[in-house]
Design a protein around this ligand. Structure first.
Ligand SMILES: NC(=O)c1ccc[n+]([C@@H]2O[C@H](COP(=O)([O-])OP(=O)(O)OC[C@H]3O[C@@H](n4cnc5c(N)ncnc54)[C@H](OP(=O)(O)O)[C@@H]3O)[C@@H](O)[C@H]2O)c1
Length: 350
């Protein structure tokens, strides 16, 4: 595909903020869908500064150098929307990243998990960002795998219920899809005693499951009450090789853990999600499974989900929804039903 084909296929101009594993995957998907990428931004000091985004993504050069001067880059290239894939929580660094994009007059679409439904956990900072985005007339939305598999599919499923008591999801991801830092964070290789002592002393941030349950509650029209998180280790029943650590985990040691989040609601319906991150045994793969109690009881299971793909394809299919949404932080429950877009449309006015 040459540049003129690309330009005619879509008028949307996108920038990539955070050219890591996800940002580069988004780059490849956008090129495949004919979307024009006008800029790439990373942190000052990154060894990627000056590299061509296409080359980094394993494509032909795009003529888009990775830059670290975010404000100037955005002013010069004027993207309609910036895909941000840097980190999870709305901390000071991430606030500044989103604010820089917003002040440049561009919409933000991000994979940051907390941004799926940021107000309950990120409070004042989320409200400040919402106000800033409204003032600049642009939208900020968090999407990704959860938008598709933990919110949209589930709200569609319960649309066929007459009565609903519980909505319970179970999902799993493989520690070996990531590096040693994630394996250590999942306590892989620890004894049960070491795990329990870590859990007793750890100050953990809100789980991805909790944020997703807030988004799901909003999508179903429920009023959240208190959330709870329970964490349990997954113990190896036989020696299991861990690629991320390059070592075998002996039987009786920790392979990872499960966070089970529950969100009680004013309506009396309980939303639950159990997310397991562990070292997989041969033959295991990612899955999402949802069950409801009530009438009728409902069941939905997706096997062999390729989570890194569905994360990024969901973002790509959300571009025009975000561009067309009202200004402010607009969570996915306030966007149209997620769908495939055969053409990715144009950056037409809201
Ligand atoms: N919602 C979902 O389903 C989902 C799934 C996967 C990931 N995610 C999110 O996506 C994020 C990125 O994941 P990843 O696997 O792509 O991580 P990654 O490979 O570490 O990529 C992060 C990128 O951000 C850059 N960066 C770091 N700090 C920065 C800063 N202050 N300003 C600008 N750029 C900065 C890094 O630059 P250097 O390479 O130079 O350090 C790197 O290019 C995760 O943290 C997570 O929040 C979401």
């Amino acid at each position: 595909m040459n540049d003129s084909d690309t330009d005619s296929a879509s008028a949307i101009k996108v920038a990539i903020y955070g050219p890591g594993a996800m940002g580069l995957h988004i780059t490849r998907l956008l090129r495949e869908r004919g979307v024009r990428i006008v800029a790439a931004i990373t942190r000052p000091g990154s060894e990627k500064v000056g590299e061509d985004l296409g080359t980094l993504a394993g494509l032909a050069p795009l003529g888009v150098p990775v830059r670290s001067d975010a404000k100037e880059t955005l002013e010069e290239t004027e993207p309609d929307i910036v895909a941000v894939a840097v980190s999870t929580y709305l901390d000071e660094v991430m606030y500044e990243i989103y604010a820089t994009v917003v002040r440049a007059g561009a919409n933000v679409i991000t994979l940051a998990e907390e941004m799926l439904y940021p107000v309950p956990t990120a409070g004042p900072r989320a409200e400040q960002l919402d106000e800033l985005a409204r003032r600049h007339g642009v939208t900020v939305t968090g999407t990704g795998h959860q938008d598709a598999y933990w919110v949209n599919l589930v709200s569609l499923l319960v649309g066929s219920a007459q009565t609903l008591h519980t909505v319970e999801g179970e999902l799993s991801w493989n520690v070996d899809d990531f590096g040693p830092a994630v394996a250590k964070q999942q306590q892989v290789g620890q004894t049960v005693g070491e795990f329990n002592s870590w859990l007793a002393n750890a100050t953990r941030k809100p789980t991805f499951g909790r944020t997703s349950l807030y988004a799901l509650a909003a999508a179903i029209g429920l009023t959240p009450k208190q959330p709870e998180t329970r964490t349990t280790p997954v113990i190896a029943t036989k020696t299991t090789p861990c690629q991320a650590l390059g070592e075998d985990i002996a039987a009786g040691r920790v392979l990872g853990y499960t966070d089970t989040d529950t969100l009680h609601t004013e309506e009396g319906i309980e939303l639950i999600i159990s997310s397991t991150g562990k070292v997989y045994d041969a033959g295991e793969s990612d899955f999402n499974e949802w069950r409801t109690t009530g009438r009728p009881a409902l069941h939905l299971r997706n096997d062999h989900v390729i989570t890194p793909d569905t994360t990024c394809t969901t973002l790509v299919n959300r571009l025009s929804d975000v561009i067309r949404a009202e200004p402010g932080i607009v969570t996915v429950d306030r966007l149209p039903q997620l769908r495939y877009h055969a053409t990715l449309g144009s950056a037409s006015p809201r």
